[in-house]
Design a binder for this molecule. Structure first.
Ligand SMILES: Cc1cc2nc3c(=O)[nH]c(=O)nc-3n(C[C@H](O)[C@H](O)[C@H](O)COP(=O)(O)OP(=O)(O)OC[C@H]3O[C@@H](n4cnc5c(N)ncnc54)[C@H](O)[C@@H]3O)c2cc1C
Length: 429
């Protein structure tokens, strides 16, 4: 039985980042990916935040194929037939390497190629079916009749991580901890994107939508500008969707979203080039279970490291950081030749010192706060209506603006005890 140092299951960002750090130390590594190539099965919104990972990535992302640097942030509350938006423009976003839009089919593939140039085997079309055991210790993986033995298995197999389940360190899926996302990539000429979104070449927009896009359910819509396309999607909580009795489905929400006036003008004459659906971890800190065992660690989405902060979604930098930190824990274990759970626990200890577990912990109240109809229904329904009433000039004399505001806020429920309590709870987020 010949053993390599590490087998990494999943050629997404966390698996590839883990391999990259290990390759710097000349370990024998194999990355296996069930898709045709790294990136072929991976879905994101997506925008990646660079500041949290800049120091830890070293030269890993030098020359990376980012799409556009995000210089404008937009949020829209969508009512029925109206909407209100905020458009944040900041010179800081333009000056700093703050965040970029990416297309995973391009981005992950590029990183996979970079790894192969470093001599790492990245094997596509290779789906792992099971773990190999020696007593209570994981010692490799099985794919069909083939077996790969390794000192450590890195389960970077994404949100549904069946390897984590098979290892007995991850519980079965709980619908409340997940959302489903539908995404389309719509091609548009670069100049058209620059004009429609009022940005210069290389610059882009991140736009989130709440309210009518999910018919008031937990979730939202997103639009990110790429070089020559926009990524458009709808995300909706699985538990919220299951609780709905009207047969509402994620793909019908997506169709209705695209029909909205706010979207139609932005994607007009675009060509649909990619359609995908994917699950997202939404449990936050409370959704994270054990992330290591004897001979195995879980990274990225497999470990539940994604954070919905209401105004933005973060998963990719968590995936990269956890991959790198996982690699460091493995390097430490190699020094003593002990790959037991006790030694690999340094992975979690180190994560606690970084933004990965610190940010997740700081936002641990977020999932419970977001699971509430005030946020997704009352505000998006009432605030655009209120704005419309203030801005409506009818045939007769215009009512006093203050009185209009007050009366409509009262009538809509914005001043109700429930709404005020939710507002008060913001201080705990
Ligand atoms: C709709 C949507 C929008 C999002 N928006 C954003 C955003 O804007 N910003 C952000 O930071 N994050 C966003 N996220 C989250 C982010 O995309 C994820 O957190 C991130 O992709 C996780 O990376 P990963 O490497 O852990 O997992 P993945 O990218 O899912 O990679 C897992 C890999 O494992 C492979 N695999 C699985 N099982 C096996 C097996 N048995 N054998 C071999 N290979 C296997 C898969 O094919 C896949 O390539 C979004 C997610 C979705 C779905």
């Amino acid at each position: 039985m010949e053993k390599i140092d590490v087998v990494i299951v999943g050629g997404g960002l966390s698996g590839l980042a883990c391999a990259y750090r290990l390759a710097e130390k000349d370990l024998q590594i194999i990355v296996v990916e069930r898709g045709d190539f790294p990136g072929s099965k991976n879905v994101t919104g997506g925008r990646i935040y660079m500041m949290p990972i800049r120091e830890m990535v070293g030269d890993m992302l030098d020359g990376a194929p980012f799409e556009r640097k995000v210089v404008r942030e937009r949020w829209s509350l969508l009512g029925e037939g109206n909407s209100v938006g905020i458009d944040l423009i900041s010179e800081n976003f333009r000056k700093e390497e703050h965040s970029y839009t990416v297309l995973r089919a391009i981005f992950d593939r590029w990183l996979g190629d970079k790894l192969m140039e470093k001599g790492v085997f990245v094997i596509p079309k290779y789906r792992v079916d099971d773990l190999l055991w020696e007593g209570n210790k994981v010692v490799g993986v099985r794919a069909g009749t083939e077996e790969i033995f390794a000192n450590v298995v890195v389960a970077s197999d994404g949100v549904l991580s069946f390897l984590g389940e098979k290892a007995g360190i991850r519980p079965k899926m709980e619908p409340g901890n997940y959302a489903v996302g539908i995404k389309e990539v719509i091609e548009l000429p670069e100049e058209k994107i620059n004009d429609r979104f009022n940005v210069q070449s290389g610059e882009g927009v991140a736009h989130l939508f709440l309210g009518d896009v999910t018919k008031g359910l937990f979730g939202g819509g997103f639009l990110y500008t790429n070089k020559e396309s926009v990524s458009l999607g709808v995300v909706v909580g699985i538990k919220a969707l299951m609780g709905r009795t009207t047969g509402l489905e994620a793909h019908t929400l997506m169709e209705a979203f695209k029909e909205r006036y706010e979207l139609k003008t932005l994607i007009k004459d675009g060509h649909l080039s990619e359609y995908s659906a994917h699950i997202i971890p939404e449990g936050g800190y409370g959704g994270i279970s054990k992330i290591y065992g004897n001979g195995i660690i879980l990274t990225g989405d497999a470990a539940g490291f994604a954070l919905n902060m209401g105004v933005t979604v973060r998963g990719m930098e968590f995936a990269i950081a956890s991959g790198i930190i996982g690699a460091e824990a493995i390097l430490k274990a190699k020094e003593t030749g002990d790959y037991s759970e006790k030694t690999l626990s340094s992975y979690e200890a180190r994560l606690k010192e970084t933004f990965v577990l610190q940010d997740l912990q700081a936002c641990q109240n977020m999932p419970a706060y977001l699971d509430n109809e005030v946020f997704f229904n009352l505000y998006p329904r009432s605030i655009p209506d209120l704005a419309e009433k203030v801005m409506w000039f009818d045939r007769g004399p215009k009512a006093k603006i203050g009185k209009t505001l007050w009366e409509n806020m009262k009538a809509s429920g914005l001043l109700s005890l429930k709404s005020l309590i939710e507002l008060y709870k913001i201080k705990n987020l």
